[in-house]
Design a binder for this molecule. Structure first.
Ligand SMILES: Cc1ncc(COP(=O)(O)O)c(C=O)c1O
Length: 408
């Protein structure tokens, strides 16, 4: 332990106000772009927002009704820190039913206030100073910051569009050192929408098994799939995989429940127990009556499936429209993403940085996009198609105009 640099009587003005963790943390660039776009909209400006990472649909009615009933019934108190027992059981059953992970015990499940918190607690439960965590880039903006908050060191492995934004087993192997504790896998991916095939996942898991490292598999977009692709949970690949995978997911993206703040985590018993303890000391439980809504979503899989299918059909049409529109712009190329609700075009041929592109197009054309830098990928930008057809149509016209003006 390093001794305190401060003598008795040191004033706050002489100390650094912020802790080393707070002083070094970057704010979320995606939330920042969204906030700027919303502020411009509030001024009456006609902004085309492609920044938001949330579905633009309402939460399905049967889920809202279950939550409203719970509220009316007085479910307004604390519940056990790791979640309502019935919800933990329903989550365990869901993994048996949908993810080929039979035999999950409710004790292996923790329900948290949001998938973001599930990720953070997953990392905090197993990573600490001296550890390295391998993060494939482009990555979700929060992973490196969360890893740093545990005291561990992020180790970024880049995969550009020429390799479909997916790292190879060779890249993973090359990045592993004796300090490596964990590897983060996020499929479908935010920000690229890329999906690892089952064979690709198997190969990466095999590397993790051989090197004896853990995996945090963030599957929050697991149901948002297009072109007939399938999702594979790494933890389903047998006991050797299951004992090293922490599976994180949640209700935000699948059921348009971003504001409900409900995430889930499934882990080997010792890790789940540690996560439950961390949660009990830092947030207690996720909102009790909200968990009844999530329970309805899992206990009525037919209704849930229908609600997801309806949303997916709309997303798919928008995805293809945006994809075609982007690829029709000179000097812009965009991969056909098959998951989530993001496209991640390469704009490096336009001759200005992604940061400049994003700030200029917002100011000059009122189009909000998120520059790739925050995702560890300069030369790209993220567009979310969780927005209306009207915004996509209008936004594409403005993007095309802007890029044509740049080329002049
Ligand atoms: C990859 C990924 N993981 C986790 C989350 C967390 O979602 P939430 O905290 O809304 O459940 C998000 C949200 O943007 C995400 O994109």
């Amino acid at each position: 332990m390093v001794g305190s640099p401060y003598k008795h009587g040191t004033t706050m003005a002489q100390k650094s106000l912020l802790s080393p963790w707070a002083a070094n943390i970057a704010p979320s660039p995606t939330l920042a772009v969204d906030a700027k776009a919303k502020a411009l909209k509030a001024e009456g400006k006609d902004v085309c927002g492609f920044g938001a990472g949330e579905p633009d649909f309402d939460t399905p009615g049967f889920i809202k009704e279950a939550c409203a009933k719970a509220l009316q019934d007085g479910q307004t108190k604390y519940c056990p820190a790791p979640g309502l027992p019935a919800l933990r059981k329903a989550v365990a059953e869901k993994y048996g039913r949908d993810n080929n992970m039979p035999g999950i015990e409710p004790a292996q499940v923790v329900v948290s206030p949001g998938g973001k918190y599930s990720c953070y607690l997953a990392l905090l439960s197993v990573c600490g100073p001296g550890d390295e965590v391998i993060i494939p880039a482009p990555f979700w903006v929060s992973y490196p910051e969360m890893v740093k908050l545990t005291g561990a060191t992020p180790k970024i492995v880049f995969a550009g569009d020429e390799q479909g934004f997916k790292i190879t087993p060779e890249q993973l192997k090359a990045a592993i050192t004796p300090q490596t504790k964990l590897f983060i896998l996020n499929s479908p991916s935010n920000p690229t929408g890329a999906i690892y095939t089952p064979a690709e996942i198997e190969a990466l898991v095999q590397v993790a098994i051989e090197a004896d490292i853990l995996i945090m598999s963030d599957e929050i977009y697991e149901y948002l799939l297009y072109d007939g692709v399938t999702h594979l949970s790494p933890a389903s690949l047998g006991p050797e995989a299951a004992e090293r995978v922490i599976t994180v997911a949640g209700f935000s993206k699948t059921f348009s429940m971003t504001g409900w703040r409900l995430g889930t985590l499934v882990a080997p018993p010792a890790i789940a127990k540690a996560v439950a303890s961390l949660q009990s000391q830092t947030s207690s439980n996720a909102t009790t009556f909200a968990q009844f809504g999530a329970l309805a979503a899992l206990e009525q899989p037919e209704k849930a499936k229908a609600a997801i299918a309806e949303m997916l059909a709309v997303f798919d049409t928008r995805r293809l429209k945006l994809l075609d529109g982007l690829n029709a712009i000179d000097s812009v190329t965009c991969q056909r993403a098959q998951g989530a609700f993001y496209l991640f075009p390469n704009i490096s041929a336009l001759g200005l940085s992604a940061d400049d592109f994003a700030s200029r197009i917002l100011e000059e054309k009122l189009v909000a996009v998120v520059p790739g830098g925050g995702f560890g990928a300069e030369g790209y930008m993220r567009l979310s198609y969780a927005t209306s057809d009207e915004v996509i149509d209008k936004g594409l016209v403005r993007l095309t105009e802007f890029c044509a003006e740049l080329a002049k």
